[in-house]
Design a binder for this molecule. Structure first.
Ligand code: SF4
Length: 231
C-alpha cells in the first residue's frame, strides 16, 4: 500500500469518529498549496510501513478508535488498495477515504465491494482553474464521474475546498455549482500559507473570515450543510 505515515489518533479527520490516519505516498497532482509535498512526491526518506505491521497496529488499537482514515498523497494510486481495504474492513473499523477524485475506475471497485463508509473528495477550484492550481491536465470530467459513482452507491460523502486566495473565488464556486449540482455536505477549509509546495504562496494571506462566510452563504445554495474548517 506504500503507507508512509501513521497518525495514531485523530479527533478531526473523520466526522464523529475517533480515528487512526494512514498516509500513502505518491500523488498525480502537484497542488501549489499542498502541505504534504514529501508525501505527494513519495519522498524516499519517508518511513515505509508494511501492510502487515499496519494491520497488526490497527488490530491492537481497535478498542480505542472507531475508524481509519486513508489519505495521502493520493491513496487510490496505491497498488493493492482493494485487498488492503478488505483486510481493514475485517477489523470491524469504519473506513474513510480521502481522494482527489481523479481515479473513478478505482473508486468504482471500492464502492461496489462496499469497502468504505465515508469519502471526502477535494474540489480544488472551478474546472477552468484546475490546470494552474494543481499542475495537471487531467479532466474535471473524471471528478464528475467519481461524484456520480458516490451518488449511485449511496455512500456518505463530503466535498471540500481549500480557499486559496486568488485561486478560489465566488466565481469559482459558481463554476463548481454548475458542474457538481446539489450535494449534502460541503466543507470550506481555511488556507494555511505555511510549508506550501509552491513557495510563492507562503506570502499570500488567508482570506479574512467574512470572505469565507460569504462563500459559505453561496455554497449553501447547493449544499444542504456547509461548514468552515480551520478558522
Ligand atoms: S491532491 Fe494536491 S494537496 Fe493532495 S496530496 Fe496531491 S498534491 Fe497535495
Amino acid at each position: 500500500m506504500n503507507i508512509r505515515g501513521i497518525q495514531k489518533t485523530s479527533l478531526i479527520d473523520f466526522p464523529q469518529v475517533i480515528s487512526t490516519v494512514l498516509f500513502t505516498g505518491g500523488c498525480n497532482l502537484r497542488c501549489l498549496y499542498c502541505h504534504n509535498a514529501s508525501l505527494a512526491c513519495n519522498d524516499c526518506n519517508l518511513q515505509q510501513y508494511s501492510n502487515h505491521e499496519v494491520l497488526e497496529f490497527l488490530h491492537k488499537r481497535k478498542h480505542l478508535i472507531g475508524g481509519v482514515v486513508i489519505t495521502g498523497g493520493e491513496p487510490t494510486l496505491a497498488k493493492g488498495i482493494i485487498p488492503f481495504l478488505e483486510k481493514v474492513k475485517e477489523t470491524g473499523l469504519k473506513v474513510k477515504l480521502d481522494t482527489n477524485g481523479f481515479q473513478p475506475q478505482v473508486l468504482k471497485k471500492i464502492l461496489s465491494q462496499r469497502l468504505v463508509d465515508y469519502i471526502a473528495i477535494d474540489i480544488k477550484t472551478s474546472p477552468e482553474k484546475y490546470p494552474v492550481l494543481t499542475r495537471t491536465k487531467l479532466s474535471f470530467d473524471l471528478i464528475m464521474k467519481s461524484i456520480a459513482l458516490l451518488k449511485e452507491h449511496h455512500v456518505t460523502f463530503e466535498l471540500r475546498t481549500t480557499c486559496v486566495p486568488g485561486f478560489v473565488t465566488i466565481e469559482d464556486f459558481q463554476g463548481i455549482k454548475e458542474r457538481v449540482g446539489n450535494v449534502m455536505y460541503y466543507y470550506l477549509q481555511q488556507f494555511d500559507n505555511q510549508h506550501t509546495l509552491d513557495e510563492s504562496l507562503r506570502t499570500v494571506k488567508p482570506y479574512p473570515k467574512d470572505v469565507l462566510y460569504s462563500f459559505q452563504q453561496f455554497v449553501k445554495t447547493f449544499a444542504t450543510i456547509c461548514e468552515i474548517r480551520g478558522l
